[in-house]
Design a protein around this ligand. Structure first.
Ligand SMILES: [Zn+2]
Length: 158
């Protein structure tokens, strides 16, 4: 393999994002979405730069299951009053992906939330422009870290 061949240069490759994670496993980070559609909207992002889900190794797939098993119940507890959620993967621009680096959107749902009976949630993911103010963003990260007992270690160089 050529050196750096699978290195991308997108926002999810930036190791600075590691310091914002509210949970992490060996191969994945859980990040709060900067433009949440609903409270609790977050992302599970591969640490390694891959674009397509089929590029994940068997070990990474097992680890993906591992992080979802921690994050989904955590989100249900912190934001939901039920176990409803949308799990969305967008692959490619026609599917709405704005960052070509494997990530899964998780949007906790409640009866009668802002997207009740509205499939626009799939259209709005990744494109809705309401950026959460920094302070509010960090408050959500802190809430989830506390619930998931995640102790953040700053990445090298930070
Ligand atoms: Zn990347």
């Amino acid at each position: 393999m050529r050196h750096g061949m699978d290195k991308g240069k997108d926002a999810f490759c930036d190791e600075k994002r590691y310091s914002e994670a509210f949970f992490a496993t060996k191969h994945f980070l859980a990040l709060y979405d900067k433009k949440p559609l609903l409270p609790g909207h977050c992302l599970v992002v591969s640490k390694r730069h891959v674009v397509d889900i089929n590029e994940l190794s068997p070990e990474e797939f097992a680890d993906l299951r591992h992080i979802l098993k921690s994050v989904l119940p955590g989100l249900a507890k912190v934001y939901g009053d039920c176990k409803s959620y949308n799990l969305v993967i967008q692959r490619g621009k026609p599917a709405g992906a704005s960052i070509a680096h494997f990530h899964i959107h998780i949007v906790p749902r409640k009866p009668n939330d802002a997207y009740a009976n509205d499939d626009d949630i799939y259209k709005d993911i990744d494109t809705k422009a309401n950026v959460l103010p920094r302070k509010a963003y960090l408050a959500e990260v802190a809430k989830l870290r506390k619930y998931l007992r995640y102790k953040q270690k700053a990445p090298k160089g930070l």
